[in-house]
Design a protein around this ligand. Structure first.
Ligand code: AVJ
Length: 323
């Protein structure tokens, strides 16, 4: 059960070599999140155009009670496991309420970034001194595999913020199948999906007026310069975003503004860019209710309850394991 996206241990250099040698060229959005990239993503979440974070926060704030009821319907005691926890702002709303209900649970944030985990645990220790917390850094599936036997309690796995959007539909199915493999009968999965809506609204979220999203994309070239000794000139590339309504997917590209050669020392190689040649950077897949139900079924789950914001911009979908 090896997934090409989650467990294959490619290095940054391997992936850059593969992406810049391909036609069309691509780079993986999973490498956006160095320190500067994480900081830029925090900026993105505050942008007026980037509705996703506020929509999900609204769901957590207005439906807290129902979410808690759904989480505790089968088992009163549980491990709340958050994949890609980030800064935990949304989850804090749930935790605060759960603690006030004197719920019997532990919080286990998992992130690939040690820095993110240190920040989050510091903040939560301070904010919730009575919270039982057990943070982990590393590969999601490897950690979940150990938890499968380590803890007897029901697991509620959170995968929020439309993080699933960075996978194509086929990759998303593969990812959920793997999750299914490390879950027990009474475990639950709570997934945040960004929904199909006015295409203009979606496009603007990935093409903001202040150019923060452009900087976020270009930062990956700066990271390649720093970590792999490349000589990208970020002024010679521009950010371009599209939304395709038939596939419900936003995509972003960096476009080479002129014919140029970029060398990457760590790869001992140069790459030619034609004038206006694109590098595919990121997919942000959007969903509708039918797609979500189908994806759940195809990966061994049943979508049992959907929590929407007022405008139906976003949904947190509760999945149980199908037997
Ligand atoms: C972190 C994957 C949810 O696709 O909306 C934000 C990343 N990229 N702006 C998204 C992102 C450009 C974001 N996710």
């Amino acid at each position: 059960m090896q997934s090409s996206i989650a467990t294959k241990q490619n290095t940054f250099a391997d992936d850059v070599l593969r992406g810049l040698s391909a036609t069309p060229k691509f780079l993986s959005s999973k490498y956006f999140y160095d320190d500067e990239g994480s900081r830029l993503f925090q900026e993105i979440m505050k942008l007026p155009e980037y509705y996703l974070t506020r929509a999900e926060f609204e769901i957590f704030s207005t439906r807290t009670k129902e979410i808690f009821a759904a989480f505790t319907e089968k088992s009163k005691s549980f491990d709340l496991i958050e994949l890609g926890a980030g800064d935990g702002t949304k989850t804090a709303v749930l935790i605060d309420y759960f603690l006030k209900q004197t719920a019997d649970f532990s919080y286990l944030p998992i992130d690939i970034s040690q820095e993110a985990i240190d920040f989050l645990t510091g903040k939560f220790k301070n904010e919730f001194p009575h919270l039982s917390m057990n943070a982990k850094t590393g590969d999601y599936f490897r950690i979940l595999e150990t938890l499968k036997t380590e803890s007897k309690r029901a697991k509620i796995i959170l995968f929020l913020g439309s993080n699933i959007g960075n996978f194509s539909k086929a990759q998303a199915q593969d990812f959920f199948r793997q999750l299914r493999g490390v879950m027990n009968e009474n475990d639950l999965l709570f997934v945040g999906f960004d929904l199909q809506k006015d295409p203009r609204v979606i496009l603007q979220a990935y093409d903001d007026a202040q150019g923060v999203t452009a900087a976020f994309n270009l930062n990956l070239l700066t990271r390649i310069n720093r970590e792999l000794g490349a000589n990208f000139n970020t002024n010679d590339f521009s950010h371009y975003a599209v939304y395709r309504p038939v596939e419900c997917a936003a995509r972003s590209f960096l476009i080479s503004r002129r014919a140029q050669t970029v060398s990457v020392e760590a790869l001992n190689k140069s790459f030619e860019f034609a004038a206006w040649e694109p590098i595919f950077m990121e997919i942000s897949q959007k969903y509708n209710q039918e797609m979500i139900g189908d994806l759940a079924l195809a990966s061994g789950f049943l979508a049992t309850q959907n929590f929407f914001d007022e405008r139906k911009f976003f949904v947190d979908s509760l999945w149980k394991v199908s037997l």
